[in-house]
Design a binder for this molecule. Sequence first.
Ligand code: MN
Length: 193
Amino acid sequence: MSFNLPKLPYAANALEPVISEKTINFHYGKHHQAYVSNVNNLIVGTAFENATLEEIILHADGGIFNNGAQVWNHTFYFMQFSPDGCKEPKDELKAAIEKKFGSFEAFRDAFSKAAATLFGSGWAWLVINTDGELEIVQTSNAGNPMRDGKKPLLTCDVWEHAYYLDKQNARPQYIADFWKILDWKVISERFAE
Ligand code: MN
């Protein structure tokens, strides 16, 4: 299977000032594209030649896992943003967050802490775990919670390439601004699937 870079549902400058057009052009246009090109090249002649990205995440290792998972992770990340999206969870997802974390604000603080304290490169996630409960998890490098049987709902990319052009070393500022561009309609649809 050959993978393509998915088209973004917004213009490259639509998330400014939170994420600049320059960052989109590098993070999506160069990094995400490179993961797509790399996995397409690496799977040729292997057991993963006709695999889906989900199959690669569950079963591959090494470069095929790293690049395939990064394609999936970045698509999942970029598709959850909108310049004029729903700013807070509603209905069943809101109730589930309040049940697990006490309030939306408490959830936001706990998720932000997970994103800020992840050492090095990786991702913070809100997932549904194998007990069917909401959980905040961290993964390093290209890691994806599906590998542990968990269903991703929301993610924050804390690789430096996600924020360095806009915020330099200020990862906490990137995380604080991240909440302004999330579209909770997208995240609610993932929860309901
Ligand atoms: Mn990234």
